[in-house]
Write a protein that binds this ligand. Structure first.
Ligand code: TYM
Length: 383
């Protein structure tokens, strides 16, 4: 693949992503300063992920805010494809979703697409996918979403409720559209072709249940956009609103270029990793620094190429001044890669220690968050 080539699909990201080009290709809108000012009217401050343009693109977020200003509340919808352990990259949209839930005091529907992972991962059995759905739910709960307002569900477990809604979507999408959007071919299994209808359902399920239209905002990394491009096309045909969305860039892996991906275990840090794993992975990470200490001291490092610096930007240094200091000291040659990695190892270890404790505690909270039977949903809408 040539340097300027890249591809982003919900199942694979290849090459060095040019996000401005992606905005054009996907037909989304860039988050401009005016929109940030508008968000701030309601949130009073801006999350670092917004300030740093890590959340960089959207669809109809301005409309969601305009409705909110008129007293029309939206709900949040996001998800996870449970094919294995959760890595730090997945946490980026979820941490931001929690911030949105806190600031706007809204409901969150969290979809676990165990059906998708069974259909798309050759070696994954249904039982494994269901098992990961439950274990990934612990990571989600550990982030502290409001238990009264958060509904986590697995597609397989809740299929009785979701399937009739998915059928309505499926009937309005033909094979050539899914081929064009997702790149399916004659060898794709037929479950894969159907699956996008399941991911569309939570974008209108609360409206279907409440029997009135409720605006929906979906935070996610830009790879999932093809699903919602399709949903935005179909939902108005069913009498529902187009879902709005806010998109983030990819938290990088520990090697040069590329997103953090579960398939590259050595490049990714998982929430279940031990201290020894963290130390080993970060110590071996790509920094783009000079080959000798002497050279690094005189020429300085290159934070824009360095995966370690990206870790500080995305999750591990949310104080802007302190981040700037790291950047300056790296460029000036006073902060060497070894020391910078050591500091990051400490932060990641501390983060994981907290997260793993909360993850354990979440085992007692599963019932509060998980919607395993449609009865619970109907109760919700009777209140
Ligand atoms: P999944 O499990 O691949 O990813 C879960 C969420 O994490 C985002 N993501 C990343 N964000 C930042 N940096 C990365 N390196 C990174 N890798 C993944 C994904 O964009 C996603 O937001 N089909 C979906 C599950 C799903 C979903 C949804 C996601 C169902 N409904 C609604 C978002 C919104 C999936 O397999 O996600």
């Amino acid at each position: 693949m040539r340097e300027e080539e890249f591809s982003v699909t919900p199942w694979e990201v290849k090459g060095k992503v040019d996000y401005d080009r992606l905005i054009k290709e996907f037909g989304t809108d860039k988050i401009e300063e005016g929109l940030l000012t508008e968000i701030k009217k309601y949130t009073h401050d801006l999350h670092p992920l917004l300030k740093r343009k890590i959340f960089f693109s959207h669809r109809d977020l301005d409309w969601i805010l305009a409705e909110y200003s008129k007293g029309v509340k939206f709900y949040l919808y996001t998800g996870r494809g449970p094919s294995g352990d959760v890595h730090l990259g997945h946490l980026v949209p979820w941490i931001f979703t929690k911030w949105l839930q806190d600031k706007f005091d809204v409901e969150l529907w969290f979809q676990l697409t165990d059906d998708e992972k069974y259909l798309f991962e050759k070696k994954l059995g249904i039982r494994d996918a269901k098992k990961f759905a439950r274990s990934n739910a612990l990571d989600i709960i550990a982030l502290g979403f409001d238990p009264e307002k958060t509904h986590i569900f697995s597609d397989i477990q809740l299929s009785g409720l979701l399937y009739p809604q998915a059928l309505k979507v499926a009937k309005r999408v033909n094979f050539s559209t899914t081929k064009a959007i997702f790149g399916f071919n004659e060898q794709s299994n037929i479950g894969q072709i159907f699956f996008t209808s399941m991911q569309a359902v939570p974008a209108f399920l609360p409206s279907a249940l409440a029997e009135k239209n409720i605006p929906c905002l979906i935070p996610h990394a830009i790879d999932q956009d093809p699903h919602f491009r399709l949903a935005r096309d179909v939902l108005p045909k069913l009498g529902y609103l187009k879902p709005a969305a806010i998109h983030c860039k990819f938290f990088p892996g520990l090697k040069e270029g590329g997103k953090m991906s579960a398939s590259k275990r050595e490049d990714a840090i998982f929430t279940t990793d031990s201290k020894a794993d963290v130390k080993k992975k970060i110590s071996n990470a790509f920094t783009g620094g000079a080959t000798s200490i002497k050279e690094q001291r005189t020429k300085g490092g290159n934070p824009d190429k360095c995966s370690i610096f990206q870790y500080y930007c995305y999750l591990f240094e949310w104080d802007d001044e302190k981040l700037q200091t790291i950047r300056n000291e790296c460029k000036g040659g006073s902060l060497l890669c070894g020391e910078c990695k050591k500091r990051l190892i400490e932060r990641v270890e501390k983060f994981l220690e907290d997260h793993q404790r909360k993850r354990e505690e979440a085992k007692d909270l599963l019932d509060k968050y998980l919607v395993e039977h449609s009865k619970k949903i109907f109760e919700l809408y009777d209140k």
